[in-house]
Every structure is written in C-alpha cells, then in structure tokens.
Design a protein around this ligand. Structure first.
Ligand code: S3P
Length: 442
C-alpha cells in the first residue's frame, strides 16, 4: 500500500480545521505527464522527464508506451528516461492496453495507435468502460480509422490495423482529448492534419509537439482556432520539466480560501490560459490569490500561488468558462457553498461524462451536507452559507469528488465523510501528505 491508499483506507471524514499555513510544492501536471510520455515514446532519441506525476493514470500510459515498444526507465523520484521508437517504430502490443481509470491516456493513445497503423485492444476499469469513446472514434474514422467497440461506443474496444489519411476536422465536442487524439493520429500520416475548435481547449499537445520539433501551425480562421500538423512528423527527444498541476492545486487553493486565517503558497503551478479559469472565477468571487515568481517550464507559464482566506461572494459563471476549468467544478462548488449568496454555473453538460456524473455527484454531496442546491441538465445553482456538514458523500469512484468534499469538511460544523478515498491516487498521490503539511489534519 502506498502513502495515499494507506491513509485513504483509514480516512473517511474531514473536520473543521485550524488555519492552513506554509508552502507546498505541487505534483506534476497530469495532462503534461501523459503527453511527455507519449511524445517521448514517439520521438527519435532519449527524452528525460523531470517531475512526472506518478499517479495511477499516468503510470497506465507509461505501461502502454512500453507495450508499444518504447523503453521507459525510472531514474529517481518523478524522473524518467524514455528511449523513443522513432518514425514508424511502434510495435503491435502483445496484450490489451489497460488504461485503468484514465480517459486521457485511453483517448490519446487510441489516436496514436490508429495513426501508426497498429491493431490493439483497449480496456479500462468500470468507470472508464462507461465513458463515451465515439467522440474519438468518429473523427479518427474520417481519417480512415477502423474500430470495434462495445455497445454505446465504449471500452473494451479494438483499434484495427488501417492506413490513415490526414483530414480537416471540426470535432463535435470541445475536448482537448479529442483534439490531441487527432493530432497524434496525424503524426504518422502523409500530409496536413487540421483540427478546428470554436472554443480553444487546453493546448498542451500543440505546445509540446512544438518542443519536440514537429512542424505545426496554430492560427485563427473564421472564428475558429485551427491547428495544422504536417505529417509524418519528425520528433526529436528533449528534456521536459513537468510543471505542477493546477487541477490538483485547486483543492488546497479552495481549502485555504474557506478555512479562516489560512495563508499558503502553492509552488510551481502551471498557469496555461485554458487551465486557469478557476483562479479567474475565485478572484471574481473575492478570493485573495497572488502570482509570485512567474516563469516558464515545458513551454508553459508557471508561478507560485499565494492564497489567503477570503470572504467569497456568489457569482454567475458563464458557459464560456467551462473549457478553461472543466475539471475544477467540484472544487468551485465547494467554494460556492462557503460563499455568501448564490453561485450559478452554466455549460456543465460535459461533467455528466467525466470519471462519474460529476454534476449529480456534486449536487448530491452538497445536499447531504445541508447545502441548498438546484441542478439542471447542464447547470448548477449553489446557495452559499455556513456548512452544516455531517453527511456521507458517495464519490462514485471519482478522485475529484473525493478531494473536493474532504476540503468542504475543513470548513464545516460537523465532519464530512466520503465513502472512499483510494482513487485519489489516480491523479494526486501526495494529496493527504500535502494537505496535512499545510495543517489540514486529515
Ligand atoms: C484532458 C482534457 C479534459 C480533462 C481531462 C484531461 C487532457 O478532458 O477533463 O482531465 O489532458 O487533454 P476533455 O478534453 O474531454 O474535456
């Protein structure tokens, strides 16, 4: 049992906390970690990755890259060497590729495998096997990809051997996973693959493909963000310093805002414009959040973030914000529950197909702890005020639901319990240690 699962096995509740204080170094970003392994595996030469997130999701992608022929060696804590296979070097995996709980790994690697003209079976846990994969299969099919999936376009599914052609695609859902799957398929095709997005989603794949030397152009045409990748791409190994994960930082950030007297600095947090929506919203609600020591890592903006406890006020959060903070709604809902007034969040349809139906899980968890909530098909209204607590939250095996409600308990009158915390290790294995170092007393 690792640090997280040992703590989680014992832990089922969090309670009102003394002020959170001190500095904490954020663990590596999950999106960047997946991409560093995948592009390192595809490149020519040896890539060294520093600060890789050693969460279960990323380790599943690591194992998949090994199964596809890359040599991946652990050199130390979070430090890995990836010997890439080079052009056309991926091999057919001998076993099914098991992505566990990881939607990002499964979807990105589907694109990679289809584009490389390989045959492979994709499997995952019960939560991943309930998530839609048609959103990736449809655009890849336009490039010539062939698949057999389980009912409802779900895992287990098989990518069949096929020769893909470049295409010009406007995905039917705003998703960086879909965009990235198309670009990774385009790595091995002859000609230009284009993806058009009405709302730019996180652009880590574009940034990292550029770092690896791919010929890629980003532009705006007819109100769409267009990324054009010239294939076959020649990727050259490089060194990647993975910046800290803003989606994980969301939890100590919200905890520090809602626990009176708190003052913390979260070090090395990535501030990509498509990932910082929560910070913009929390500031608008009155959150005292400062950026210190701004710098760059892995082609991304990074800073240390100072967060001080602040009185928050409910606001209207428009649907346009959703792509810039799609993973942060569980944390935002906790902040909203502790604010004065009502927070209305719109454009939340995608939350229904995350690791759980997050919209329902948030609403049910808040209600169980005495918070007044109204949930629609794609929106959520949270009426803030003192938190009674005392409820048991069904996490539905969703790491972000578990972490959000443990944070709520830090500002509640009675303890907040969760039914399971073991899955927190999928994205934030050091969550308990980091929060306890700041004084959470989990
Ligand atoms: C991710 C994109 C997002 C996000 C996920 C990571 C990525 O999913 O929810 O946790 O790394 O590309 P969608 O692209 O489906 O919105």
């Amino acid at each position: 049992m690792n640090d997280t699962s040992a703590a989680a096995a014992k832990l089922s509740a969090s309670r009102a906390s003394a002020p959170l204080r001190g500095r904490a170094l954020m663990a590596g970003d999950k999106s960047i970690s997946h991409r560093a392994l995948i592009l390192g595996a595809a490149a020519t030469g040896t890539t060294t990755i520093h600060g890789l997130l050693e969460g279960d999701d990323v380790l599943a992608t690591l194992a998949a890259m090994q199964a596809l022929g890359a040599q991946v060696t652990k050199l130390g804590d979070g430090q890995y060497e990836v010997v890439g296979v080079g052009p056309m070097g991926f091999k057919t995996p001998a076993q099914p590729l098991d992505f566990g709980n990881a939607g990002t790994g499964a979807r990105l690697v589907m694109g990679l495998v289809a584009g490389a003209g390989l045959e492979a079976e994709f499997i995952g846990d019960a939560s991943l096997s309930a998530r839609p994969m048609g959103r990736v299969m449809r655009p890849l099919a336009k490039m010539g990809g062939q698949f057999s999936a389980s009912e409802g376009d779900r895992l287990p599914l098989r990518v069949h051997k096929a020769q893909l052609m470049p295409a010009d695609i406007t995905p039917d859902v705003a998703s960086a996973q879909v965009k990235s799957a198309i670009l990774l398929a385009g790595l091995h095709t002859q000609g230009q693959t284009r993806v058009r997005e009405a709302h730019l989603t996180r652009d880590h794949s574009e940034n990292m493909l550029t770092l690896f030397g791919a010929s890629l152009e980003c532009s705006v045409q007819d109100n769409h963000h267009v990324v054009a990748l010239n294939g076959p791409a020649k990727l050259t190994a490089t060194d990647i310093h993975v910046p800290g994960d803003p989606s994980s930082a969301a939890f100590p950030m919200v905890a520090a805002l809602i626990v009176p007297g708190s003052d913390v600095v979260l070090e090395n947090v990535m501030l990509n414009r498509q990932r910082d929506g929560l910070i913009r919203v929390l500031r608008e609600m009155g959150g005292n959040i400062e950026f210190l020591n701004p710098r760059q890592a892995a082609g991304e903006a990074v800073a240390d973030i100072r967060v001080q406890a602040s009185p928050l006020t409910g606001i209207e959060v428009s649907a346009e914000m959703a792509p810039d903070m799609i993973d942060e709604y569980p944390a935002l809902a906790v902040a909203a529950a502790c604010a004065s007034g009502t927070t209305h969040m719109q454009g939340l349809a995608e939350l229904r197909v995350k690791e759980s139906d997050r919209l329902a899980a948030i609403a049910d968890g808040l209600r169980a702890n005495g918070v007044e909530v109204q949930d629609g098909e794609s929106d959520l209204r949270v009426r803030g005020g003192p938190i009674a607590g005392g409820g048991l939250v069904a996490t539905h095996h969703d790491h972000r639901i578990a972490m959000a409600f443990l944070c709520l308990g830090l500002a509640a009158e009675k303890p907040v319990s969760i039914d399971d915390g073991s899955m927190i290790a999928t994205s934030f294995p050091s969550f308990f240690t980091l929060m306890n170092d700041l004084g959470a007393g989990f």
